[in-house]
Write a protein that binds this ligand. Sequence first.
Ligand code: FAD
Length: 525
Amino acid sequence: MASHDFDVLIVGSGLAGLSAALHLAPTHSVAVLTKRALNDGSSQWAQGGIAAVLGEGDSLQSHVDDTLIAGAGLCDLAATRFVVEHAPEAIAWLRELGVPFSLENGELHLTREGGHSQRRIAHVTDATGAAVQRTLIEIVRRTPGITLFEEHTLVDLITGRKLGLADPACLGLYALDEATDEVITFRAAHTILATGGAGKVYLYTTNPDTATGDGIAAAWRAGCRVANMEFIQFHPTCLYHPHAKSFLISEAVRGEGGLLKLPDGTRFMPAHDARAELAPRDVVARAIDFEMKKHGLDCVHLDISHQSPVFLQEHFPNILARCAELGIDITREPIPVVPAAHYTCGGVLSDLSGRTDVPGLYAIGETACTGLHGANRLASNSLVECMVFARAAALAIAEAPAHAGAELPPWDDSRVTDADETVVISHNWDELRRFMWDYVGIVRTNKRLERAAHRIALLAAEIHEFYAHFHVTRDLLELRNLVQVAELIVRSAQARRESRGLHFSRDYPSLAAPAAPTILVPPAA
Ligand SMILES: Cc1cc2nc3c(=O)[nH]c(=O)nc-3n(C[C@H](O)[C@H](O)[C@H](O)COP(=O)(O)OP(=O)(O)OC[C@H]3O[C@@H](n4cnc5c(N)ncnc54)[C@H](O)[C@@H]3O)c2cc1C
């Protein structure tokens, strides 16, 4: 069986993983493992931009305050200050690397987004993530000291605890190589999880296929606490079309007068909130969910056809073109939309250096719960969090004392066979994502959560048996992780007996005091 030794293993090649790799490469041998191609993560799809205090009249305190307000009483103040204070240098770093930010009179052009009291969003037109990833990938590919392993999926972390050693530290990991179907052992003193969020646990999501919560599930199995998993941010308007996987219809469409309607043309937002279509994200998402459930609809409509074709071409060229490809002429007809899971606010509990509960194991980016987002994420705060914590983890690793690596056992698949019924996996995937949408979505009740918990237990038992008896495949690994993450979301939602931020329960519609994070502790080994 193949095995590899490095100083640092980084799982994930989004903005968090690649930033960490670039900071570490001058001094460490680094392996970046990623389960598909390098740009197959959420980072590639980020549109709006990156928040930082850069303009005149803005202040660090104002960015901190906006973040705390969005987070509904649950942001960690130290983490919030840490990110806000380091955000300007993160943007400067990207500029040095050559990211072509949009400029105005030679200065960064800053936009303003919902929840921000100032213009502070640096961006590259409406495709910031793609530009950042393109630049970083190009540099990473030619940086000595970084070895890239595409099409390699983390199977599990290897810890001293699992091997029965006195030191419980993370010693490396097993990864499935898609090309050979072999599970390879990677050994290192430091492992960074940068595997992104878990949007794929829901039927509708803006996230790419890679967002299956693998890092969160693996860290939990390795003995890490996870926090705030009930806080899933739903974007109100994702294009609803069988061939339009995860296409966002920007909130700017509502900003420019787009109206939400039932299929018979009736507007419904004024009945839900005085701000109608311009109400905050979570209010609009809840209203759409309510109308869809009440009328048994597959989607609602977003109508911007009163604007001229010239205006639409000028303001929304991408949306116009993507809808046209699918046969929807937005200059004449409404756009079918559904709310969709967008961002995982919770994750692996980590400190200001990205350290987790397991020595030698770090979590950064959307996989981590640093405390920055609290109960609701402020727009454009996540890309910056990826960069700030990537740098902090790299510094902590550089200062960490070296420790002797142990011999790691190779992956043992001598007692398993090829699965005879892979249809079971795809069926379970569908079932999980559908009932999570119906029972653990935007509006929750005790009864729905109980039903979900029951079904998750059945699925978990089935998957456990599959995992124990058959060769692992990427689909099976992802399903195993999604079921684990679903369980963590449901348990966290059941533990929160109030409605706060993104968690809304019909049984507990008010806020409770004091505000506290939901922290789940894994079972002892
Ligand atoms: C449509 C969309 C628009 C957004 N717009 C913005 C925005 O404007 N501003 C903002 O701040 N945020 C935005 N966000 C959120 C932001 O993009 C993400 O939070 C951020 O990019 C996460 O970066 P990451 O590096 O943590 O994870 P990702 O970029 O998702 O990368 C995760 C990586 O881990 C890999 N991976 C996962 N599991 C495994 C495994 N088992 N083995 C190996 N590799 C694995 C994936 O393949 C991928 O390479 C947006 C998100 C979406 C989906």
